[in-house]
Design a protein around this ligand. Structure first.
Ligand code: GLN
Length: 542
């Protein structure tokens, strides 16, 4: 097995996750199998307890790990199987080491960063790589030069010695800032960040330079000379024009495929075959009709908070050839202003997941507006719970319907904790997490969209549809389209006499890929397109 380590310099948010995912795709398209993992230097055991404002979305793996959103890129670009071993933080590493120390596993020795923490990191790399894949990619979060990333860099340096230098490839992603005043791009910060890496004993083999403008040959020479990287291996990664899915193609245009073949010792002439991917990009580049979908969420100011939702919507638009316009609306605005004004003219509404009281009533209003105005609607997790509350209040005559998430002693707890959740005190890693089966009801739209009877979907929530209200709600017309056959929990609901109104307790957005759009998102965009066409036809007639 070969290993690729991807580090980042100069600033954070350079797109290391995307670049790692893109390299993973290039390798797969060369016929190799890959695993991808991220090591995050912060101290939280996982991002599960962090605010979305701090960290963006929490991505959930099949086996129920709450992880960094970069893992979403990995799964969207590649077929790597991600698990709880695909994301380690400083906190998770120290947690392991401290538990061992408490058990007495270190037999009286002093426990230290080197070798105990670095050994634990090396073991985590082995676990993340698993067995049987050709290339294991490991992205190191943070920026070279940060105090907290030092043990990780030291560990990968040691790892490359243990495995043999020829089995490890170091890729460093850096920024070439553009100074508008002088109209120049600068290489100095990159030189300094590579200098920092070399101090630790790591010399990057490939330097990927993020730029706004094309890099000149002279800059390539300079970076090669000062960073001790051969000129051919100094490559440009310019900002993409229209889609993140261009990144792998742009990297190959810069010669990344040849570098990978050479550094990984692959058969000469191995080429990446982008069949399907290029056609998908072509469709994204030349969409047809425009449609507008409102996304009503609590953390709407921060795009990263709903990363997988936005990606899944974009994927859903591809097969329909739709140019998707998003109207991002803060959920609480629907309470403060007239929802009809805020939502006027949209062709579809997506209400993503969330937590806590703020924004919940706005989500209920979004559901109500979609229901009453026959606008295609998809409610995910909290979005589904809000839709259930809306239906209970306004159709099933339960005006006090709510969730016990913030109304602890609710008279009508339509959404409530499961018994086993009631005893839990710790917040970290204790929700219903990971993949669970969902049996789809024959004759429902949801079943029709999936085309199968049983699906596996990922969860991340504490509260559930309260089974005590099942009869009352179904009698009032709500269709329970998906049930967890093992736990007898409601996983999906829909309205039969509506063009498209679906709520799901799980997170379909985590399983969508550009070449395999999730059926529910594809369905939502399809219904939105129909809505747009119907509106236009009506306008022509009047
Ligand atoms: N807050 C809700 C719960 O915990 C929904 C969670 C979510 O949307 N991810 O059940």
């Amino acid at each position: 097995m070969k290993h690729i380590f991807i580090t980042g310099g100069v600033v954070s948010s350079l797109g290391k996750g995307l670049t790692s995912a893109a390299i993973g795709l290039i390798l797969e398209r060369m016929g190799l199998t890959v695993s991808i993992q991220k090591l995050d230097p912060y101290i939280n055991v996982d991002p599960g307890t962090m605010s979305p404002y701090q960290h963006g979305e929490v991505y959930v793996t099949v086996d129920g790990a709450e992880t960094d959103l970069d893992l979403g890129h990995y799964e969207r670009f590649t077929h790597a199987r991600l698990t709880k071993h695909s994301n380690y933080t400083t906190g998770k590493i120290y947690n392991e080491v401290i538990q061992k120390e408490r058990r007495g596993d270190y037999l009286g020795r002093t426990v230290q960063v080197i070798p105990h923490i670095t050994n634990a990191i090396k073991e985590a790399i082995e676990r993340g790589a698993g067995k049987g894949c050709d290339v294991a990619l490991t992205e190191i979060g943070g920026t070279v030069g940060d105090i907290e990333s030092l043990p990780f860099l030291e560990a990968i340096r040691q790892f490359s010695l243990d495995k043999g230098k020829s089995n490890c490839l170091f890729i460093h992603l850096t920024l070439l800032p553009y100074l508008r005043a002088s109209g120049e791009m600068k290489t100095k910060p990159s030189q300094q960040s590579v200098g920092k890496l070399r101090e630790i004993g790591i010399t990057p083999d490939i330097l990927v330079c993020r730029t706004e403008h094309p890099m000149t040959d002279e800059m390539r020479d300079k970076l090669s000379l000062f960073c001790n990287v051969e000129k051919k291996a100094v490559i440009e990664e310019k900002d993409v024009d229209f889609s993140i899915y261009e990144v792998p193609i742009n990297l190959v245009r810069e010669g990344m495929d040849e570098l990978l073949v050479r550094f990984l010792g692959l058969a000469e002439g191995t080429q990446a075959d982008f069949t399907g991917w290029l056609e998908m990009l072509e469709a994204v580049r030349n969409p047809g009709k425009e449609c507008e979908i409102a996304v009503v969420g609590k953390y709407i100011q921060l795009d990263d908070a709903y990363k997988s939702h936005y990606e899944a919507l974009a994927h859903g638009a591809i097969p329909h050839g739709v140019k998707l316009k998003l109207r991002k609306i803060a959920a609480e605005a629907l309470v403060e202003q007239d929802p009809a004004l805020l939502l006027a003219g949209v062709d579809g509404i997506l209400v993503p997941g969330g937590f806590g009281e703020r924004g919940f009533e706005g989500k209920v209003l979004a559901s109500r507006y979609a229901r009453e105005h026959r606008i295609p609607f998809l409610g995910v997790c909290y979005g589904m719970q809000a839709a259930v509350v809306d239906f209970a209040r306004h159709i099933a005559f339960i005006p006090s319907a709510t969730t016990t998430e913030f109304h602890k002693n609710a008279e009508n707890p339509l959404i409530d904790l499961m018994e086993e959740q009631k005893q839990i005190k710790n917040l970290g890693g204790t929700m219903r997490l990971g993949a669970f089966p969902c049996a789809l009801k024959e004759g429902t739209r949801t079943r029709e969209l999936y085309g199968v009877d049983l699906v596996q979907e990922r969860h991340r929530h504490r509260y559930e549809f309260n089974n005590k209200y099942r009869d009352q709600l179904t009698k009032a017309g709500l269709v329970l389209s998906g049930i967890n056959p093992d736990l007898d929990l409601v996983e999906a609901i829909e309205l039969p006499d509506h063009p498209f109104f679906i709520g799901v307790q799980y997170h379909p957005e985590f399983q969508s890929k550009p070449l395999e759009p999730h059926p529910l998102f594809q369905g939502l965009v399809g219904a939105a397109l129909k809505h747009r066409n119907a509106v236009e036809t009506a306008e022509v007639k009047t």
